[in-house]
Design a protein around this ligand. Structure first.
Ligand code: ATP
Ligand code: MG
Length: 425
């Protein structure tokens, strides 16, 4: 079944709000075996709404609309559906009493305007709305099913799951179930991975494999179809195995597991603790770690040692080292990493110092030059990153933080692979 997702709202087309409903709907529809081919976003305009609905009817068998079901003048979905289907709007009694009851439960008198929310195109079925006032609408027109849902994301999701899914399953028009399995990699560029994966990403391959990049994490997305989700998942397995064999050393995890989540998992597995000394990243590592509840088991804390004096006073950086090598140097990265490990009594100490730009670069120390230091009980090491003089400050800082966390993850991970419990303090 071919589908179109339509998002209505001038706040969406003007860029004030991001259309997250279409993304969510398409993911869910994909899982249900519905092939979403079109996304249309349009402003609150009756004539254009009708046009868009007509076009959708001509090219899709299922059309999901979100937004424009409210009681205000600019909520036009009801009217547009009726015009498109060439039927009148009539008041639906069940919807009207549900609406009245909604206001009574809240001890409020229903504003007269809300009464329009009980209007439905003739022949349509209301979709009850538990969490808001506007009922959704199910309407068939010339062989195409239209489902209109409220714009408020929470209401839209509840109504989709509770009202729409059972109805769609009832139509027996759903195709095979489609699953996506996402394997995340970090440490090389998208094109480097792609060059070694041309056989996997070839068009027409079954299952299909795509590559996407987000904040320097590269993801392989395997899409497989089968009669049920377990069978579809099984169908991804041989391809996933190929990816693990070929790119194992770069893989951080699957699904929502990116570098941060993987680092936390490694720390927990080793019962190791981490402390950080952040100069150019100004606390980004600490922030990303503490986004995760419960991380205090493995993350002890950090120092934002932005000024030179802070590196000396708070982390014991010898002034002579600073004077000789400068703040952005392997020596300083190592010294602040060791300082963090020491002061916090952590298993691992991570230090980050670099030139985030846009100013401050020199031929020897260009913008994008970052030194990482990692202190373990074996001693201190450093790494030199060149993140690109043409990159923006936010990108350089973000990449530096991510590379630092990934390095700690890799070091912990390699401990499992044969060097024994060497990270214990
Ligand atoms: P209501 O009964 O609340 O008026 P509605 O169906 O008329 O519901 P809208 O008025 O279009 O919906 O939107 C309600 C809220 O939901 C607004 O805050 C709007 O920005 C948000 N919203 C609408 N459409 C989307 C969308 N596609 N993605 C994300 N948010 C959306
Ligand atoms: Mg509205």
């Amino acid at each position: 079944m071919r589908a179109e997702v339509i998002a209505i709202g001038s706040e969406l087309t003007s860029g004030q709000k991001l259309d997250t409903n279409s993304q969510w709907l398409s993911q869910r529809l994909g899982e249900l075996g519905v092939d979403v081919r079109f996304h249309t976003t349009l402003a609150d305009d009756l004539g254009q709404n009708v046009d868009v609905l007509r076009i959708a009817r001509s090219r899709a068998q299922l059309v999901i609309v979100s937004g424009g079901l409210g009681p205000t003048q600019d909520d036009l979905t009801r009217e547009a559906l009726a015009t498109m289907a060439d039927v009148p709007l009539i008041e639906d009694e069940a919807s009207l009493s549900a609406l009245t009851a909604f206001f009574e439960r809240r001890n409020r008198v229903m504003p007269p305007r809300n009464r329009v929310q009980a209007l439905l195109p003739e022949g349509a079925t209301p979709l009850p709305n538990r969490s808001g006032t506007a009922p959704g609408i199910w309407l068939e027109s010339v062989g195409t099913v239209f489902a209109a849902l409220p714009g408020v994301p929470g209401e839209m999701k509840t109504m989709f799951d509770e009202q729409l899914v059972p109805r769609l399953q009832g139509t027996e028009r759903l195709g095979p179930v489609r699953v996506h399995r996402v394997i995340n990699l970090f440490g090389r560029g998208e094109s480097d991975f792609e060059a070694e994966a041309l056989d996997l990403t070839a068009r027409g391959r079954e299952p299909e494999v795509g590559i996407t990049a987000s904040d320097a994490t590269i993801s392989f997305r395997i899409t497989a179809e089968a009669a049920d989700s377990q069978a579809a998942l099984d169908a991804t397995e041989p391809t996933a195995r190929l990816i693990y064999e070929r790119f194992g050393e770069w893989i951080v995890g699957e699904g929502d597991v990116d570098v941060v989540e993987a680092l936390i998992q490694e720390l927990e597995m080793h019962q190791a603790t981490l402390a950080v000394a952040e100069s150019c990243t100004g606390g980004m590592v600490a922030q990303r770690l503490t986004d995760h509840p419960g991380v205090s088991r493995v993350f002890l804390g950090g120092v934002v040692c932005y000024a030179n004096q802070a590196k000396i006073d708070l982390l014991g950086l010898p002034p002579a080292v600073l004077a000789e090598h400068g703040a952005v140097s392997s020596e300083v990265a190592e010294a602040i990493a060791a300082g963090a490990r020491d002061r916090f009594g952590a298993t691992l100490g991570l230090g980050i110092t670099g030139v985030a730009g846009p100013d401050g670069g020199t031929p020897e120390k260009p913008v994008g030059l970052v030194y990482l230091g990692l202190a373990t009980r074996h001693g201190v090491e450093h790494r030199r990153l060149l993140l690109g003089a043409d990159q923006s400050r936010p990108v350089i800082r973000s990449r530096a933080a991510k590379h630092a966390m990934n390095w700690a993850r890799v070091v912990l991970n390699s401990e499992v692979r044969g060097h024994g419990p060497a990270v214990s303090r």
